[in-house]
Design a protein around this ligand. Structure first.
Ligand code: FA5
Length: 335
């Protein structure tokens, strides 16, 4: 009888598999699972087997019937969910679903390109923490408490002495206090300021760069930055150095490049000036040198801090910086 049960199971499975339309389901049910069906008549024979085998074979018959009933239910559900035929329920000829390709965010792409240009000039890369102490963000770069320059940085404070860094300049102090000159570093990363309009976002990226050695001059700084800009943009793009002020550099300058959105004629992005500021720079202030234990009579250096989003705006002709962070795939997929 055991053989008979296994044979019936195989027969039922085969028959179920062959059913390709709803119309044939009922025939199957009556033939195999109905009151006068094959399972019922096989189970009736249990009365004829010996008492010792009856219990075991009864359990086997029940479990086989249950599994066939389950298969039947699945088949029924499948056929009822389409137009009643297997071909409609599962179309094996359909192509598979392709996984979408991931890609680097345009800001990451520009950042990588910028770093590669500086690495080509011999700068090493060092990254620092986004959550910074008040000491490194301000004090160590010559911006003591109550200094008016703190107002230029709309700072997000975590506590009285901990903040989200407002610029990458703290990395100057962190590296210089641990190493002796000559030094040539860039430090890329995220910075945060409570600021938002078409050229400002609350989180943006900077690439800090600095070089310390003997007899470093402003001409060296101009040379490095000019060749950087000409590598990133085209060779004849007009640029200008404009005198500025930073407590950690003296003298200080900002570098503007001709607005590529309007070609220099004036638009809302360049605030009708024809120029867009992309970086701050200068010769490292002797006070900063002294704070890290360098002798300013022996060593000099320059430093700069570039705004990555601004460069990306100008490179791709984007007229609102906030587009980079709206996560609209239609925008991001263009890069
Ligand atoms: C600084 O942050 C100085 N630490 C730069 C520096 C480094 C000067 C070393 C001297 C020596 P500033 O606040 O100007 O400077 O910012 C530098 C650049 O970051 C700006 O030129 C601009 O391109 C970009 N930037 C500033 N604020 C924002 C903002 N909210 N959104 C996007 N980019 C910004």
């Amino acid at each position: 009888m055991e053989n008979e049960l296994q044979k019936l199971k195989a027969e039922a499975e085969e028959a179920l598999h062959a059913i390709s339309s709803k119309a044939n389901l009922e025939d199957f049910r009556v033939k195999f699972l109905g009151r006068k069906g094959l399972f019922s008549s096989t189970m009736k024979q249990l009365g004829k087997v010996s008492k010792e085998d009856r219990r075991r074979l009864g359990q086997l018959a029940n479990s086989i019937k249950k599994s066939v009933e389950e298969l039947f239910r699945d088949r029924k559900e499948m056929l009822e969910s389409g137009d009643g035929t297997v071909a409609e329920a599962v179309d094996l000829s359909l192509p598979g679903r392709a996984l979408p390709f991931a890609a680097l965010h345009p800001i990451s792409q520009v950042m990588e390109e910028m770093c590669a240009v500086f690495e080509g000039m011999g700068f090493a890369v060092a990254e620092g923490p986004d959550v910074e102490t008040d000491h490194y963000n301000f004090e160590a770069v010559n911006i003591p408490r109550h200094h008016p320059a703190r107002d230029m940085h709309d700072t997000f404070y975590v506590s009285e002495s901990i903040l989200l860094r407002t610029h990458t300049s703290p990395m100057q102090a962190r590296i210089m206090e641990n190493q002796d000159p000559p030094l040539r570093y860039i430090s890329p990363g995220k910075v945060y300021r409570c600021d938002s309009d078409i050229t400002h976002t609350p989180m943006f990226h900077q690439v800090e760069g600095f070089l310390v050695d003997r007899k470093v001059s402003f001409a060296d700084l101009k040379g490095v930055l000019t060749s950087f800009i000409h590598r990133i943009f085209k060779d004849d793009l007009p640029i200008r150095f404009r005198p500025s002020f930073f407590p950690f550099t003296e003298p200080s300058a900002e570098l503007d490049i001709a607005c590529v959105i309007c070609g220099g004629s004036g638009c809302r992005v360049c605030k009708r000036t024809g120029w867009i500021e992309i970086l701050g720079a200068g010769l490292i202030d002797p006070e900063v040198m002294k704070m890290v234990g360098y002798d300013p009579d022996e060593f000099s250096g320059f430093a700069f801090g570039l705004g990555v989003e601004r460069i990306a705006m100008l490179k791709y002709g984007i007229d609102d910086i906030r587009l980079y962070y709206e996560n609209d795939l239609r925008f991001l997929k263009q890069f």
